[in-house]
Design a protein. Structure first.
Length: 136
């Protein structure tokens, strides 16, 4: 069985697709690592690179690891990488979402401004963390 990962860039209509084998207890983070291991070999069709950061918890909700850059496109301004599973936006926690055979993961580079308006938004906490990193 295999799993498909799509990387969609906000300014490029054609996604890059990666197909990896599915295994029990596969998380989004583990699938990203598998894509990196398979597709980062020189001369492969698509290179897959990423950076993640651990955010711990916010309001007693696990945030865990979130993407901060994919294929050399880092978060910038109000744009971050959102993680979608089968077309539905996840909480972006890469290490806590378990995958099923046939799942499709998408990474979309989108503005988090609307997300920050929600009560107890983790994106408010993340924005504050990023501000503090630039100040220090």
């Amino acid at each position: 069985m295999s799993l498909t990962i799509e990387v969609k860039f906000y300014d490029v209509p054609q996604p890059i697709n990666y197909t990896i084998p599915w295994s029990a207890n596969l998380t989004i983070q583990a699938s990203m690592e598998a894509c990196y291991n398979i597709y980062s070999v020189p001369h492969t069709q698509h290179e897959f690179t990423f950076n993640i950061q651990y955010y711990g918890t916010y309001n007693q909700q696990l945030i865990g690891y979130m993407p901060v850059a994919i294929n050399n496109r880092p978060r910038a301004g109000q744009y971050i990488w959102f993680v979608y599973l089968n077309g539905v936006k996840t909480n972006n926690s890469l290490d806590s979402v378990m995958l099923n055979p046939g799942d499709v993961i998408e990474f979309r580079y989108e503005s988090y401004v609307d997300e920050m308006e929600a009560a107890n938004s983790i994106y408010k906490a993340i924005a504050l963390i990023h501000q503090q990193q630039f100040i220090n």
